[in-house]
Write a protein that binds this ligand. Structure first.
Ligand SMILES: Cc1ncc(COP(=O)(O)O)c(C=O)c1O
Length: 358
């Protein structure tokens, strides 16, 4: 039995997306692929309101996250963290043999502009990494405020993971001044996993050319050279790119403002419902994610049992991530979900919760 996915990625996939993936195969050096590539990257540039290139990487997001630090850290990297994915990025940076320091906020709290300012004022760093929307904790850090601070440090490369926010909230990499703005498509884009997209500023592409040991698969210069020919360095996941083309068309048909409003409306509804059921919200007020809600367990709900019962009914729900597993649970409200999907989940959980509460 398929379980409807209410977990924060991979998300539930609409049937028309699977259909789009079934288009007959083409070769990636054929003109048909160049046409597809151009169409998709132009739509991504519209989505992100940018003239900078947007590249397609056949990898999950961590491929590009690793690639970004390998291409863009020449001296020392400041990794800002407030949850599992941002902390792992620090680990990944170090594993690449790059000098790096971790600046960590409490889980549930955002990374703040002050934190960034204090760290960068030391003058030790030529690059920083930030996760906009920490999926492990449901915290959305104040990207515009951090971007305002980053303007004071033009020599520090600004690398941002928008894995679980891109396409659900307005993002303008040029306005923000990000050097890399990246996402995996298995979250708000509403696609199966296996593809990452990333916008890279021209100055970052120039910097990358002078960085040693970039490897091959994630070498930004390779992406740039191939993208200029509407292509990718190595064989891309063409079926997923067909599906991305389809999802982008759907996004523009819905209207980006409507799409952003739909995500805000679902976030409001889920936050309200969670509190109505007696759970707290894990993320600090003012820093709550618009694409998922992380609820604090009330200590009388057996989340493992809830997950099991939901699975029997054909639903996959989350019971927390990493060190806050079972102390929290997350509800995804992104991609193609609508208020009707939220109501469906509320109904299910209202029926099951009395059975798993002490
Ligand atoms: C914010 C964030 N960054 C990075 C990742 C890692 O992405 P992937 O597993 O696609 O490499 C995730 C995955 O959930 C995420 O939520």
């Amino acid at each position: 039995m398929h379980k409807k996915l209410y977990i924060p990625g991979p998300v539930e996939i609409a049937p028309d997306v699977y259909e789009a993936m079934c288009a007959p195969m083409i070769g990636h050096r054929m003109p048909e692929y160049a046409e597809l590539h151009r169409r998709v990257t132009q739509h991504l540039k519209c989505l992100l309101n940018t003239k900078d290139p947007v590249f397609l990487s056949t990898s999950s997001a961590f491929g590009v996250m690793e690639g970004a630090v390998r291409n863009l850290v020449q001296k020392r990297c400041a990794n800002f963290a407030n949850g599992a994915f941002s902390a792992k990025w620090h680990d990944v940076t170090r594993r690449c043999g790059i000098e790096a320091d971790l600046f960590a906020a409490e889980w549930g709290e955002p990374v703040t502009a002050d934190m960034v300012d204090q760290a960068l004022a030391t003058g030790r760093y030529d690059a920083m990494t930030l996760v906009h929307n920490e999926t492990s904790t449901g915290v959305m850090s104040p990207l515009s405020e951090i971007a305002a601070v980053m303007r004071r440090y033009p020599d520090v490369t600004f690398i941002v993971d928008t894995v679980s926010s891109m396409s659900a909230v307005p993002l303008d990499p040029q306005e923000l001044g990000t050097d890399v703005c990246l996402a995996g498509v298995q979250k708000a884009f509403g696609l199966p996993p296996g593809l990452a997209v990333f916008a890279v500023a021209r100055r970052a592409l120039e910097k990358a050319k002078n960085t040693p040991n970039r490897g091959y698969y994630f070498d930004f210069e390779e992406f740039e050279k191939n993208d200029a020919k509407d292509n990718t360095p190595s064989t891309p996941c063409i079926s997923l790119i067909y599906a991305l083309a389809h999802q982008l068309e759907k996004m523009f048909a819905e209207g980006l403002e409507n799409r952003y409003a739909r995500h805000r409306q679902m976030a409001d509804a889920v936050r309200g419902w969670v509190q109505q059921q007696g759970f707290g919200l894990f993320a600090a007020e003012g820093a709550r994610s618009l694409t998922l809600t992380c609820a604090r367990n009330d200590e009388r709900t057996d989340l493992e049992a809830l997950k099991r019962l939901a699975a029997e009914r054909g639903y996959a729900i989350d019971n927390g991530y990493g060190k806050i597993k079972n102390q929290t649970f997350r509800i995804a409200h992104m991609a193609d979900f609508t208020m009707a999907d939220m109501e469906e989940l509320f109904g299910l959980l209202e029926e099951l919760l009395p059975r798993v509460r002490k």
